[in-house]
Write a new protein. Structure first.
Length: 77
């Protein structure tokens, strides 16, 4: 497959073949960073640090304890 640049609203878009996307772990909705190096556009999955992820935890998006039932083995609770 030979991808081509196409108009997409006021922007340009390129379809990424599924086999390529799977090799680098891209799927629909994956946030990416774009970088220009000489005459190339580099697409990288955006990586979040633990601090960035923990900063998004609030009392509105956390839950209390969950009861998973009685012991079934040699668990120590």
């Amino acid at each position: 497959m030979q991808p081509h640049v196409q108009k997409w609203g006021n922007s340009l878009g390129i379809r990424i073949p599924l086999s390529l996307a799977q090799k680098v772990g891209l799927r629909e909705g994956t946030p990416v960073d774009l970088q220009v190096e000489q005459d190339a556009i580099i697409i990288r999955r955006k990586k979040h640090s633990l601090e960035q992820m923990l900063a998004q935890v609030t009392s509105d998006n956390t839950h209390g304890e969950i009861d998973t039932g009685p012991q079934v083995g040699r668990e120590i609770w």
